[in-house]
Design a protein around this ligand. Structure first.
Ligand SMILES: [Zn+2]
Length: 239
């Protein structure tokens, strides 16, 4: 069976297309785009991605033999091209293989790039897995205690002796996404709705207000001090 020979210009152009889709649809899900070049050669991953994406979105099922022949053009000693499989299940590109994805009904021994806008079904990036594992590590670094009140997981809460402490992933800044650098463990008593008024530091202390309405509950002399500050800051402009 023949394969399609590609000029360097075609390879570059095709890779640029993949790169574009990746940036728009896949990167945010933790799919890493392999480089096309390394030390002056094309990379195997890059070549496979280029070949499977030819004609996108009307890609075709490519046999392992065809892919191998194409790759031999650049890596003459290649016998067995595993990259298509790895790029799919492990790296998150939606590349179906006849063996794994019955739903796509591919001819035996073939791979097909299904989409550059969706990730491989059930793909979880290493980064996300790490975050899930890191939760235990994070809690441990706090001695498995609430960052704010110090209650220990599984033990009675300091303030509410009838409550058994459960640690929860709590935002440091409730106005930002819950990411690795915006998370502290808090017990269920500290991690309540009213906490969304506050920004916490890593030690579980309040360092900012996160909700302007909090000002309404302040004493009037404090409100007046805030008013003076903001009046000066915004040079008396009407909001
Ligand atoms: Zn607490």
């Amino acid at each position: 069976m023949g394969y399609r020979k590609l000029s360097d210009a075609e390879i570059e152009k095709q890779y640029a297309l993949v790169e574009n889709y990746h940036k728009t649809y896949l990167e945010m899900h933790g799919v890493k785009l392999p480089k096309l070049h390394q030390k002056g050669h094309y990379t195997l991953d890059g070549l496979v991605l280029v070949y499977l994406s030819l004609g996108y979105p009307d890609t075709k099922a490519v046999t392992k033999e065809e892919l191998t022949q194409f790759i031999r053009e650049y890596y003459p000693n290649t016998n067995d091209v595993q990259q298509a499989r790895h790029l799919g299940a492990q790296k998150g590109f939606f590349i179906a293989s006849s063996r794994r994805n019955d739903k796509e009904q591919l001819p035996p021994g073939t791979y097909k790039l299904i989409s550059l806008e969706k990730i491989y079904p059930n793909f979880t990036s290493k980064r996300r897995q790490a975050t899930l594992n890191d939760w235990d590590a994070l809690k441990k670094s706090y001695g498995n205690r609430c960052a704010t009140c110090g209650s220990k997981e599984g033990s009675a809460s300091f303030m509410w002796p009838n409550v058994i402490t459960q640690l929860q992933k709590a935002h440091m800044n409730p106005n930002k996404e819950l990411t690795d650098d915006n998370v502290i463990p808090q017990c269920q008593e500290c991690n309540r709705a009213d906490r969304n008024n506050w920004v916490y530091d890593k030690k579980g202390r309040v360092i900012q207000i996160a909700n302007a309405l909090v000002i309404q509950n302040c004493d009037e002399d404090v409100q007046y001090e805030i008013y003076k500050l903001l009046y000066a800051k915004f040079e008396g402009k009407q909001p």
